[in-house]
Design a protein around this ligand. Structure first.
Ligand code: ADP
Length: 362
């Protein structure tokens, strides 16, 4: 109905185990008559969302990800990308209420486990209904949509085995099928995707982004993801991990295992002497390397099993995390002898939120 179309702001939400992702579509093609008839609270909300990049203490808008000239349900507009910790949901709802959202937003498209967990809170606190969608359907719809609008969406790391030459390069993902999708959120899910509508979940692991952050906080006393990544960036994991050369004195040539390969993650840490010399940075780095290599190894086995050679890694674990991306690129390339490729997406953490917004039909 037309009135709804004019006044309803458009939201898609992916409420995950760690982060809530909110995508807001701002129509840009409204006529003067439409704008004049707009109620104040709708205008105020739009201004609040689009003029700020921080909301409350913990909400952030990723302005560098904003997409302009997007068409959704026949309207032209801008997509905005906002995130906040799911642990702050109560505050988010209170903020939404104080901004008057309860008065005019009737339905929010939602996916992720939180769409179920918080459904009653949305109804009670802000009188909003959640239109719920499956998270994997949403992920794939969002991926196709975002990639079709953003030529630079998909990229890879060239020369992953040579640190000095390794750099980010665009990848033409217009012919994507089949591919393995590895979503590294709090936990990890792996999907074999054969066409826009045909996919299956082939594997997963509970050792994911949540594990990295949890262990890092325990081991280093850090408190945020950003801090954990910063520590890792200046750490040396070989002070923590036992390498092949620590055991063999060099390469294990018979089976082609190089000396600098990790033989035992955290394997040095049973030694009191080594523990006394290790720095927080080293522990953060080793945690990052351990979790990332484990995911890379499972992903590679899944790709072999499914006879797929392109692996797309997404999820917020990869946010501001070039160390993990390069490691994954390296592991895929090295262990497959160059036959497999690791791919990445700029909107890595927001695909589910975009996809559920697209699925809405009045
Ligand atoms: P989920 O849907 O399970 O919340 P995400 O794809 O949003 O999954 O990824 C969550 C993971 O992203 C966290 O476990 C953490 O490793 C990483 N991460 C990146 N940025 C942040 C942040 N600002 N706060 C918390 N975790 C973050």
């Amino acid at each position: 109905n037309d009135i709804m179309d004019i006044t309803m702001p458009w939201f898609g939400m992916d409420i995950g185990g760690s982060l809530s992702k909110l995508v807001y579509f701002e129509p840009k093609d409204s006529t003067k008559a439409e704008l004049d008839s707009e109620v104040d609270s709708v205008r105020n909300i739009r201004k609040y969302l689009t003029k700020n990049s921080a909301y409350g203490k913990t909400g952030h808008r990723d302005t560098h990800l904003q997409l302009n000239d997007i068409f959704i349900r026949g309207r032209r507009g801008t997509l905005h990308f906002i995130r906040f910790p799911t642990s702050e949901m109560k505050n988010f709802l209170a903020l939404a209420k104080s901004k008057g959202m309860a008065n005019f937003v009737t339905t929010v498209c939602a996916t992720g486990g939180g769409a179920y967990k918080f459904e009653n809170d949305f109804q009670r606190e802000v009188n909003m209904k959640l239109a719920k969608y499956d998270e994997f359907d949403s992920l794939l719809k969002g991926l196709q949509f975002v990639d079709s609008y953003n030529r630079k969406e998909c990229y890879y790391w060239s020369n992953p085995t040579d640190e000095s030459l390794c750099k980010k390069e665009e990848y033409d993902f217009s012919n994507p099928y089949p591919f393995l999708l590895v979503n590294i959120g709090s936990g990890v899910s792996m999907l074999a995707v054969n066409s826009p509508s045909s996919f299956k979940r082939v594997s997963g692991t509970s050792l994911g982004g949540g594990t990295f952050l949890g262990l890092c906080c325990l081991l280093t006393g850090c408190n945020t993801f950003e801090e954990a990544i910063e520590l890792a960036a200046s750490g040396d994991s070989t002070r923590v991990d036992k390498l092949v050369r620590d055991i063999y004195g060099g390469d294990y040539a018979r089976f082609g295992l190089p000396g600098d390969l990790v033989a035992s993650s955290f394997g040095h840490m049973n030694s009191r002497d080594k523990r006394s010399k290790v720095k927080r940075e080293d522990l953060a780095r080793a945690t990052l390397v351990t979790i990332t290599n484990n995911i890379g190894s499972i992903a590679r086995m899944c790709a072999i099993q499914e006879k797929i050679d392109r692996v797309v890694f997404i999820g917020n674990f990869l946010r501001v995390n070039p160390i993990a991306m390069k490691l994954l690129a390296y592991a895929m390339d090295y262990w497959s002898k160059g036959t497999m490729k690791a791919l990445f997406l700029e909107h890595e953490g927001y695909l589910g939120a975009v996809g559920c917004l697209l699925q809405y039909h009045q």
